[in-house]
Design a protein around this ligand. Structure first.
Ligand SMILES: [Fe+2]
Length: 282
């Protein structure tokens, strides 16, 4: 059986003893899922997966869901979104800036993401990492009066970064073309969401796509959401993972917020990404 080592007091685990180029056995997948639910984020080092092998690994978690930005799907498999700052013949080969603010993947969709998987292809030296924040710990530490106040609240989500809507800014959500924009609508999710596999309560997507709260005026709702997000992204709940070539990482979107780095445009950086839906909803 593989083994896991915690990467910090708050989240993250390094996995040793797995070669993801081979399909996982049922026992390995059960162990890996339990490990992900415990750590929120896991990394397997020194992997070299083809597009097909990466998608086979992704399918062991649930159904991959291609990103609404279809411009940079991997040519061998549309389930993979290419993240890259490399230009070829003057054209970008991938999405350059993606999610450079705290958010949860697919919180703007009805079908939220179970987990996101990244495979580092060519990354510059550290610091180059994604920052994660543990939303179960952030929720657990809230005073009882705040837990009472937010219990049962329903949050209105839409694609975008509610704290930066300037399309020329690098911390705006990746800009959609008109066809892509037609595919996203308003959706609603509970503010405190029980983890679909463990039942553990956590704050859900209080940053990023959360624009309002049902039954509350927008100003009061945004003040509440911004206060919760400031609490939930304090350093005490965070861990940053700096990538090395060959890393395969998986994070649990029900448990963590994450924020991608602002990429240095002069240093090549390419990663592949697959986002997987929650199999309990399908
Ligand atoms: Fe993201």
């Amino acid at each position: 059986m593989p083994s896991s080592t915690p990467l910090s007091d708050v989240l993250g685990g390094r996995i040793d003893g797995l070669d993801l180029a081979h399909p996982l056995t049922a026992d390995q997948q059960t162990w890996l899922a339990d490990t992900l639910h415990r750590h929120g984020f896991i990394v397997v080092k020194n992997q070299s997966l083809t597009a097909a092998q990466m998608v086979t690994f992704a399918r062991s978690w649930g159904r991959p869901s291609p990103h609404v930005i279809d411009t940079f799907h991997h040519p061998d498999d549309a389930n993979i979104l290419v993240l890259s700052n490399v230009f070829k013949d003057g054209e970008p080969t991938g999405l350059v800036d993606a999610g450079t603010y705290f958010h949860t993947d697919y919180s703007y969709l009805e079908d939220v993401a179970r987990c996101t998987i990244l495979h580092a292809q060519d990354v510059p030296p550290a610091p180059n990492g994604t920052r994660f924040a543990n939303q179960a710990k952030a929720y657990a530490d809230l005073p009882a009066s705040m837990k009472d106040k937010i219990q049962g609240l329903v949050v209105k989500h839409h694609y975008g970064n509610r704290d930066d809507l300037n399309q020329r800014s690098r911390t705006v959500a990746s800009v959609l073309n008109p066809d892509q924009a037609k595919k996203v609508n308003w959706v609603r999710h509970p503010l405190v969401r029980k983890h679909p596999f463990t039942g553990q309560p956590a704050l859900y997507a209080v940053s990023g796509s959360a624009f309002g709260i049902e039954g509350m005026d927008d100003e009061a709702a945004l003040a509440l959401l911004r206060g919760l997000s400031a609490h939930a992204t304090q350093a005490a709940y965070c861990h940053t993972h700096n990538y090395e070539n060959g890393d395969v990482i998986v994070w649990d979107n029900a448990l963590l917020l994450h924020s991608a780095p602002l990429v240095d445009l002069t240093r090549p950086r390419t990663l592949w990404r697959v986002t997987v839906l929650n199999p309990l909803m399908h």
